[in-house]
Design a protein around this ligand. Structure first.
Ligand SMILES: N[C@@H](CCC(=O)N[C@@H](CS)C(=O)NCC(=O)O)C(=O)O
Length: 196
């Protein structure tokens, strides 16, 4: 019988974020490792995620894709894990989860590809400029132990993963700006794993 939770991933991918999240949930899960360009583009996997990308998660026959959606879904589906904040933290939870998934993702990808939005088009880009988006992220975590409410949540998994990713792939100044501040206590490391 297949497991209730099946996690599709590759160790060198955004699947690392979801790996962290499923470990925080603490429920048993099966891992399916997919290779870039081959099994990730197989008809069998395209039936699960037509994008042919990882991560994806199947839960009792339903499929969720998009790392931030998977994190938010797991927090909902496993309420005993306590990874969704109470009502007082909910606004920040959604706000920063979506901010990291939208503006930060786009700003990072464009920056990494060497694309800078022309000045007369910036108002139409959701992230404005890379610097503005990163400064905003920096402000969101400065002085906080958790990004939403008073306890660790799925938003910490996703935003924390994004910050780690920025540090590793992009620009050390970003990491230093965010994590190097004395007043920043944002160290999103509950039962953290990053083994892919
Ligand atoms: N928006 C997706 C992005 C997924 C994504 O781009 N995954 C990459 C690895 S990090 C991938 O599977 N690339 C393989 C391909 O496009 O062929 C998410 O957040 O989960």
């Amino acid at each position: 019988m297949p497991a209730d939770l099946i996690f599709y991933t590759n160790p060198q991918s955004r699947g690392q974020t979801v790996r962290w999240m499923v470990e925080e949930i603490g429920a048993p899960y099966e891992t399916v490792l997919l290779e870039y360009g081959t099994t990730m583009k197989s008809a069998e996997y395209l039936a699960i995620n037509p994008m042919g990308k990882v991560p994806a998660l199947a839960h009792k026959g339903t499929v969720v894709t998009e790392a931030p959606a998977i994190c938010a879904y797991l927090a909902e589906a496993f309420p005993d894990a306590g990874l969704k904040p109470d009502s007082d933290g909910l606004a920040d939870y959604f706000r920063w989860l979506f901010f990291a998934a939208g503006p930060i993702e786009a700003a990072f990808s464009n920056q990494a590809a060497g694309f800078v939005p022309p000045e007369d088009k910036r108002a139409t880009f959701g992230y404005g400029t890379f610097e503005l988006a990163i400064e905003t992220l920096e402000g969101a975590v400065t002085g906080k132990r958790f990004i939403a409410g008073h306890s660790f949540s799925a938003a910490d998994v996703y935003v924390g993963s994004m910050i780690n990713f920025l540090r590793d792939c992009q620009d050390f100044r970003v990491w230093a700006g965010i994590m190097g501040k004395k007043e920043t206590h944002y160290v999103p490391t509950q039962g953290a794993v990053d083994s892919g």
